[in-house]
Ligand binder design. Structure first.
Ligand code: SF4
Length: 179
């Protein structure tokens, strides 16, 4: 088992702005978050195995999370010129996803049964096989924290991490649950 200090250093070296220990016992899965997915707010509902309903009922997600005793939150914070600075938003998101994949690859060597929950839907394949065929890479599929019913703001607050850094900033948050 790797100590928390080492894991947090790995997150920092991967390029995240912030990282903090995550206590899985603080995580509550909420029907309201699933309702936001179902409302089509991000356009991925019913389109990928990583997203509801393909990623399973909340009770199934809760059963998976129940097996973990520790984890980390990772966050990328970007500066925007103004609230319309889409370019900086996309760049921050892209950096966050790249750092996430790098750290995921490193942590998987130490925790082969970890659960990684990202920001946004799974992007392993350009076109997801859902619903016509099984997921092509079930070991690499990444659901979002929201797909699992987590209110990211609340998870951050309960684990001592900020969620909002001011009007001209954007923050992307993900987590890794470690066995
Ligand atoms: S790995 Fe591919 S098939 Fe599986 S959920 Fe992700 S995009 Fe879909």
């Amino acid at each position: 088992m790797t100590d928390m200090e080492t894991i947090l250093r790995m997150a920092e070296e991967a390029g995240f702005t912030y990282a903090a220990p995550l206590d899985p016992a603080t995580i509550e899965l909420k029907d309201e978050v699933r309702a936001m997915c179902a409302s089509g707010s991000c356009g991925q509902y019913g389109k990928r195995w990583s997203c509801p309903p393909g990623c399973g009922e909340l009770s199934e997600c809760a059963a998976k999370i129940a097996g973990y005793r520790t984890g980390i939150l990772v966050q990328s914070v970007g500066e925007l010129e103004d609230s319309m600075d889409v370019e900086a938003m996309m760049e921050t998101e892209s950096d966050h996803k790249a750092h996430f994949q790098d750290l995921y690859a490193d942590l998987r060597k130490r925790y082969p049964h970890m659960l990684a929950l990202g920001a946004g839907c799974c992007t392993q394949c350009a076109a997801c096989s859902y619903p016509d065929a099984p997921c092509r890479f079930p070991d690499r599929m990444v659901s979002s924290m929201e797909a699992y019913g987590m209110l990211v703001l609340e998870v951050c607050q309960k684990n001592g991490m900020a969620y909002y850094y001011g009007s001209n900033t954007i923050a992307y948050t993900s987590c890794f649950l470690l066995e």
